[in-house]
Design a protein around this ligand. Structure first.
Ligand code: ZN
Length: 259
């Protein structure tokens, strides 16, 4: 699942292809907006907010998309044929480029003035210009009895963390994922580390938390179930957190993150 850094990179690519250019084609392949037509309008810009993308278009319109589990935006030269069988949800094209949204989990078209209705619930964006660690901590503290593992994935607390950064951040801080939020002394240190990890990867197509970009060495615990911990040698544990059906993968080292 794409996390905040991947969505940030997607916004950067969409800005490069669409910003300031007039749309020559828009093709919404979702029932709700099947008749929408943005042709003739210039794209102003695309912003990322946590895992959400907001593409602002002339005339007070915003296209809101979310990659959810396996969605993506591909940017290619205008007129290039898209691969058959792809699950296209939306195409936005100008004379030079076309942006093709595949398997997008959400596609909405709203007034720009109504964006807050879609993203106003989000906590501080880890990669946003207005990142505010104190506000993220304040929101986390609002539910002290919750497990930190679940609280970090709740985008209302802070926006951008998925299962990879959750596992890696908790490992690096030596925190057992089921520890209660109220029992963690340095929440500010925790969210600030998560922010630094995402920020370090925002321009790079990968997730490296060890500082070592070689494919087998990029993470501490994520993707390493059953393998020895890089620090203590304990075999990395794998489990699930959260209530069904929303349980999500968690990896941890029982040696470095004791209960
Ligand atoms: Zn360990």
């Amino acid at each position: 699942m794409p996390e905040g850094d991947a969505v940030y990179r997607t916004a950067t690519r969409l800005r490069g292809a669409l910003d300031g250019r007039v749309l020559t084609r828009s093709d919404f392949r979702v029932p709700r907006h099947a008749t929408a037509d943005l042709t003739g309008r210039a794209v102003i810009t695309t912003l990322s907010r946590g895992k959400h993308l907001l593409t602002r278009v002339e005339g007070d319109l915003t296209v809101h998309t979310h990659l959810r589990m396996d969605g993506s935006w591909q940017v290619m030269q205008a007129g290039r044929r898209t691969a058959p069988g792809d699950q296209i949800r939306l195409i936005l094209a100008n004379q030079q480029w076309q942006a093709v949204g595949l398997r997008l989990g959400m596609v909405d078209l709203v007034r720009t003035g109504e964006e807050e209705r879609l993203v106003g619930h989000l906590g501080p964006d880890l990669l946003g210009p207005d990142w505010d660690p104190d506000e993220a901590v304040r929101r986390l503290r609002g539910a002290p009895g919750r497990t930190i593992g679940e609280a970090l994935l709740d985008q209302r607390n802070l926006a951008g963390i998925g299962t990879i950064y959750r596992a890696e951040t908790l490992f690096l801080r030596g925190i057992w994922p089921w520890k209660k939020v109220g029992e963690i002394e340095d929440l500010n240190g925790l969210v600030s580390l998560a922010q630094r990890l995402l920020d370090a990867n925002k321009s790079y197509a990968g997730t490296v938390t060890t500082g070592d970009r070689r494919p087998a060495n990029q993470t501490w615990v994520y993707g390493r179930a059953g393998r020895p911990c890089r620090r203590c040698g304990t075999r990395i544990s794998r489990g699930e957190m959260g209530a069904q059906p929303q349980e999500r993968l968690i990896l941890w080292c029982a040696g470095c993150q004791p209960s």
